[in-house]
Design a protein around this ligand. Structure first.
Ligand SMILES: Cc1ncc(C[n+]2csc(CCOP(=O)(O)OP(=O)(O)O)c2C)c(N)n1
Ligand code: SF4
Length: 532
């Protein structure tokens, strides 16, 4: 008979399922590979999930829910945690009344990101317990475990996953024995929740005490099992590296770390002493090895060359064999391209023709950097197109400054572009500035998610719409153009020429839905019975 509780799931799906089983009252986040599917699946399973305009807001909404005693989940990709770092660092002081699980989905190897930062460092810097699953079963189990730790110590917990764990499918046996979710109810606790210095100082001490308690608990918890093997070779690993290590050296003794902050250092020391050679296998930064060595425990790490990109079986074999010879790089694949018929093509052709200096941003449109356009001159992080464009305008000689344009997508504008627009109005460059918002009615890059400008919620049901032109005018830009970038139409080019020549502040909203969601948009419109 088929066991209904056994399913083949990705890590993302497993987190969503566990959150549902644990009665998580609210899931918040902002899309970003490889985390996006968590909230989408959580919503499909009947959970209440919502996209926020950015990760900082998502984190704050989740903190509010956890202050109210509910179980909350907040998801984002690794760079999202930079945006959410401000509330994160103080939420560890305030603590929570219910549970707060923060998923950081890291992207070693940068399959779909602008950097490969290792967010395990955030757990240390912000003072958060951190769990690192190595497959979907653990993604499920550790989500439940994170809720338990969060409720027991009243502290937010970081669930740190990586691309391979998020997107690989393994069997998950689900449980039905998790503790029932508490009802949300407000209990006043001013000293814990209001971080004026007088209350924050003791809060910091409380946090350190909690972490010391969690560390002591972690030393004997079942979360960091030793898999007995040869006394000649011991491996310490966490996350996906556990899988690679098992495959390369099945005979080795293995200390499999799961709660990787605060680390069970006594247990690690004991393990290291029990084997002749002890090697730490970890992807990304030397986080584990640095912490273990700082505690005076002698272990081997990996050579610097293995810090870059994902680990795999072949690379772990090389690490264990002290192999420092050059690695062969895989043959270059076909570079990605804007879709045929993409509405952005017209925009980039026009910018290139005018030799504009383009401060770009992150989204599908970043592909405008590649041939045949090569029409983007910078791309730093989400929302940076405005600030960078303004900086260029401020210092370049006027003949160059007048050619500077910032280009941003609609979702990215809602995310952190709005702040840049406020800066543009507040500190206008002498030559003015031109902002182009590419409004394709979706967050295309991460798989077509909704955002505040689409007028639809995460599950595509209608909601209030934040209109780009109202925002631009409301912030104080007088010259706002709304045009449709279409092949054969001069509308966009005319608005661009007028804006560049004016020497004033201009916003051009280039509005045309992404062709890949044309069908869905029609369906949503038909379903929507509300007045337009
Ligand atoms: C801080 C941060 N969060 C999330 C992401 C993932 N991400 C990159 S671009 C983007 C939004 C793209 O949407 P939009 O600006 O509308 O451009 P489109 O892809 O639709 O052209 C997202 C969510 C990221 N790179 N950085
Ligand atoms: S998905 Fe949409 S926005 Fe992205 S390149 Fe294709 S058509 Fe353009």
């Amino acid at each position: 008979m088929k066991d209904q509780n056994r399913q083949l799931l990705s890590g993302d799906e497993a987190i969503a399922l566990a959150a549902r089983h644990a009665g998580v009252a609210l899931g918040t986040g902002y899309p970003g590979t490889p985390s996006t599917e968590i909230l989408e699946v959580f919503s499909k399973l009947g959970g209440v999930a919502q996209w926020s305009p950015n990760e900082k807001v998502a984190m704050e909404v989740a903190i509010g829910a956890a202050f109210a005693g509910a179980r909350a989940l907040c998801t984002m990709k690794h760079v999202g945690l930079n945006v959410a770092a401000d509330p994160l660092f103080t939420a560890s002081y305030t603590g929570v009344t219910g549970a707060l699980v923060i998923v950081s989905a890291d992207d070693p190897g940068m399959a779909s990101s602008q950097n490969e930062q290792d967010n395990r460092r955030y757990a240390v810097a912000a003072g958060l317990p951190m769990l690192e699953p190595s497959d979907s079963q653990e993604a499920y189990d550790f989500t439940l475990q994170a809720i338990e730790i969060s409720e027991r110590w009243q502290i937010p917990v970081l669930l740190r996953v990586t691309t391979r764990v998020c997107h690989s499918y393994t069997v998950v046996q689900s449980r039905s024995d998790s503790t029932p979710a508490p009802e949300a109810s407000f209990a006043r606790d001013i000293r814990s929740r209001v971080m004026i210095p007088a209350y924050a100082r003791p809060a910091h001490r409380r946090l350190r005490k909690k972490l010391a308690e969690i560390q002591a608990w972690n030393e004997t918890s079942k979360l960091n099992p030793v898999i007995a093997g040869s006394p000649m070779l011991g491996i310490v690993a966490s996350g996906i590296s556990v899988m690679h290590a098992r495959e390369v050296a099945p005979e080795a003794s293995l200390l499999k770390l799961s709660l990787t902050h605060p680390l069970p250092l006594k247990q690690i020391e004991q393990f290291a002493k029990s084997v002749q050679r002890c090697v730490v296998i970890e992807e990304g930064d030397p986080y584990l090895v640095d912490a273990i060595r700082a505690a005076g425990v002698r272990v081997e790490g990996k050579a610097e060359m293995y810090r870059f990109g994902e680990l795999d079986v072949a690379r772990v074999k090389r690490i264990l064999n002290y192999d420092l010879t050059a690695e062969t790089s895989p043959p270059p694949g076909k570079p990605p391209q804007l879709c045929d018929g993409c509405q952005y093509r017209v925009v980039f052709e026009a910018l290139r023709k005018r030799d504009c200096i383009v401060a770009g941003d992150i989204g599908c449109y970043t592909l405008g950097v590649l041939q045949p356009f090569e029409a983007i001159d910078s791309c730093v992080c989400m929302g940076a197109s405005l600030g960078v464009g303004l900086g260029l305008r401020h210092v370049l000689p006027p003949d160059q400054a007048r050619r500077v344009v910032s280009v941003i997508g609609d979702s990215t504008f809602m995310h952190t572009g709005i702040n840049g627009l406020v800066e543009m109005v507040y500190n206008p460059p002498a030559t003015g500035h031109v902002l182009i918002i590419l409004d394709n009615s979706t967050t295309a890059m991460t798989g077509h998610q909704e955002h505040p400008g689409t007028g639809r919620k995460l599950n595509h049901e209608p909601t209030n719409k934040v209109t780009l032109e109202s925002v631009a005018r409301g912030i104080g830009v007088e010259r706002v153009f709304v045009v449709e970038p279409r092949l054969g139409s001069v509308e966009f080019e005319r608005a661009l020429d007028e804006s560049l020549a004016s020497g004033e502040l201009s916003v051009i909203i280039a509005r045309r839905p992404c062709i890949l969601i044309a069908k869905e948009l029609k369906r949503y419109e038909q379903q929507c019975e509300c007045p337009k």
